[in-house]
Design a protein around this ligand. Sequence first.
Ligand SMILES: [Zn+2]
Length: 469
Amino acid sequence: MPKYYLTTPIYYVNDVPHLGHAYTSIAADVLARYHKLNGDDVFLLTGTDEHGAKIAEAAKEAKKSPQEFVDQLVPKFENLCKVLNVQYSQFFRTTNPKHEKIVQEFIDKLNKAGYIEKRKYQGLYCVGCEKFLTPDDLVDGRCPDHKTEPVMQSEENYFFLLSKIAEEKDLYNLIKSDKFKVSPVARKNEVLGKIKAGLEDVSISRESVEWGVKFPGDESQTVYVWVDALINYLSATKIYKDGPIWPADLHLIGKDILWFHAVIWPAMLLAVGEKLPKEVFAHGFFTIDGHKMSKTVGNVLDPIELVEKYGADAVRYAILREFPFGEDGDISEEKIALRYEKELANGIGNLLNRTLVMINKYGAKVSDKEIDRLGTSVGEKVQRLDFHGALETIRLIVETGNEIIEEKKPWELAKGNKTKELNELLNEVYWILNSITKNIASFMPDTSEKMKKQLKTLKPEPLFPRIEK
Ligand SMILES: [Zn+2]
């Protein structure tokens, strides 16, 4: 069985999970299910990033120790996966002592290989970002993401010699030639442009941050939370899998963390002689009702409330259907409700219902002839992470099914006693429904199961019940 190892980012647990977390997890689960259905040995890794100054601060505010604080939030992230029907293989936590040990070993290796140097660093540090910002990053003297003024900090830090390793191993050409694939192409070009502009070495330890993995050989420092987090992808394979499943086939990430995954992470791996992941794919961001999701604007969509109202399958469908995965887009509850009504209830649900009703009413004989009209095209799109396109293809075939019925009017064929034509027509629509059942399986697993059952027993039951407004 070919293995397929894919990862979501590990989510930073300084607050409760939101729709952004749900987005990446749903996409990862669709891919994982698709590969499982195609016979691959899938390992889907997700989890939580639990160290760093931001968490220590949030814990302090909540009058808890950092460990207590993360212990209380992590179940909410696990629960979100459960509610969304995301079947991960392993939920990973960076506070796992085995992981902490592997992080220290990794840094030891970097050091022995000659890629770590102690230097004095002075710069503008944003606590929210957990990183030093350059004057170019600032807008009116403030961090553009956190709207706070960074503080001048000076530290003796350990630096990872990113520029040295990237040049030695020609990281630029590894990316350019797709030996290490960065997707979509716009993101690849963005990364290549930045590498060409010159690489700066990265400070990978913190003197001022206590809540983290102790830096090996210097207990006065902790490992920079980003370095600790990236190593999770590798340490999970050592902790939870016996077989050699590294390298990862795919790291699924949001575009805001592209630099860490497309440049720093492969450089770290090259420096210790590990294989590179095959691909990093950065998805876009969405606004909600045209605005950046924020508590102040009051437009935060709670994925759990959405699932309670529309069901996990409909939320999975709507969020991947709305705009292409690699691009930015907009989502709102109104849009989800519209997809639910038009494409699910009145689309797939209606086609299934009316077809089963007619098969029963006219006593048609239907058979499970194996044809798959959309399989190849939908599958190719899923493999390219074009979920939006795959769902559009499925929607079109649902529409075709409904059009065939409208055009050929089985009720008139029945009136005219045209039994053969009637039987052929209902068989055609029945096969279309079988194909839809198969092709929505990774997107809407429960709906697919329900359809399979109904197509077998020919007992119609509403798939997407009407929602009270
Ligand atoms: Zn910031």
